[in-house]
Design a protein around this ligand. Structure first.
Ligand SMILES: C[S@@+](CC[C@H](N)C(=O)[O-])C[C@H]1O[C@@H](n2cnc3c(N)ncnc32)[C@H](O)[C@@H]1O
Length: 284
């Protein structure tokens, strides 16, 4: 990368840039190795013909859509089955049993999971496989799980609806789930009908369309980069409204609640960004 006359690209200014991304978008890029972030940010500087992190910070202010490009460059937009396996393990082993038990106590059978910003569908299908497996293991066969995947990208949604992917993606699916929920045909893999039967896809702009209501779990992971902090807060409050009592919200590894919203949720797991709407509310 070429350096601007007299202007120094040093770690201090990169740190200031990362602090800005954190304060504007609530995104903690500290999860990546510093050298990696530096290389990737430099790709954006070069593409824009900029020479310093300070110029790039000003560019972000003038062109907020650049945040999404930055994240693309950091490959955060790449979705995959069981992305961050630890989250799915907690989801399957702790969140789902708690939700099922609460539903059984209330004599309810419908279990609804919303994948908000589902991209090409790997997230909702991973949720569906986890739910089918957990319900079987809990011997809770009367439960009727549904996963609703929503996105604003119609091309991504078409792929999601087809439920068919390159066979190599099966590598991200835990071994026991592969045989039960996926069939491989040459260099393609597709979700079995038992999984497709419980997953629905729908176009939904999180800011323009009404949210899905009465859901027990919201997964909204790696979507917040598109929004500024006040829009994130609006959205987090909307998710709170969407959730049933005791319902769970799961964010991406580098995302967090705003301080105001964090008072409305109970923290379940700080590392995996799992939060719960309090059970003991008088309403809903
Ligand atoms: C990086 S992908 C995340 C996919 C998946 N949640 C994951 O974590 O792997 C972000 C998705 O958010 C969607 N998105 C961005 N803005 C949105 C909006 N206003 N309403 C709904 N979806 C949106 C994008 O189209 C994209 O598919």
């Amino acid at each position: 990368m070429h350096q601007g006359a007299g202007e120094d690209i040093n770690r201090g200014s990169l740190e200031r840039l990362l602090a800005k991304v954190m304060s504007d978008r609530g995104l903690d890029l500290g999860q990546f190795r510093a050298r990696y972030v530096e290389r990737r940010v430099n790709v954006r500087l070069n593409a824009l013909g900029l020479t310093t992190y300070r110029q790039y910070a000003a560019y972000l202010d003038a062109h907020p859509e650049e945040y999404a490009r930055l994240l693309d460059t950091l490959t955060i937009n790449v979705t995959q089955f069981f992305r961050d396996p630890d989250v799915y393990q907690l989801f399957r082993d702790e969140v789902l049993p708690a939700v099922v038990s609460a539903k059984q106590q209330r004599k309810q059978r419908l279990l609804r999971i919303w994948s908000a910003g589902c991209a090409t569908g790997q997230e909702p299908y991973s949720l569906a496989m986890s739910a089918l497996d957990a319900i079987e293991r809990l011997d809770a066969g009367t439960m009727l799980p549904t996963v609703i995947g929503t996105d604003i990208d119609p091309v991504a949604l078409a792929t999601a609806k087809a439920g068919e992917y390159p066979a190599k993606e099966i590598a991200h699916i835990p071994e026991p789930d592969r045989t039960r929920y996926v069939e491989v045909d040459g260099d393609r893999m597709r979700m079995r009908q038992s999984v497709k039967d419980i997953v629905w896809f729908q176009y939904l702009n999180l800011f323009e369309n009404p949210p899905i209501h009465g859901v027990d779990v919201v997964f909204c992971r790696n979507v917040f980069i598109y929004f500024n902090r006040s829009d994130q807060e609006r959205l987090l409050n909307a998710f709170w409204e969407s959730l049933t009592r005791g319902g769970y919200l799961v964010l991406g590894r580098s995302e967090r609640l705003t301080p105001q919203v964090s008072e409305r949720f109970v923290l379940v797991d700080s590392r995996q960004r799992i939060y719960q709407k309090p059970r003991g509310l008088q309403y809903r």
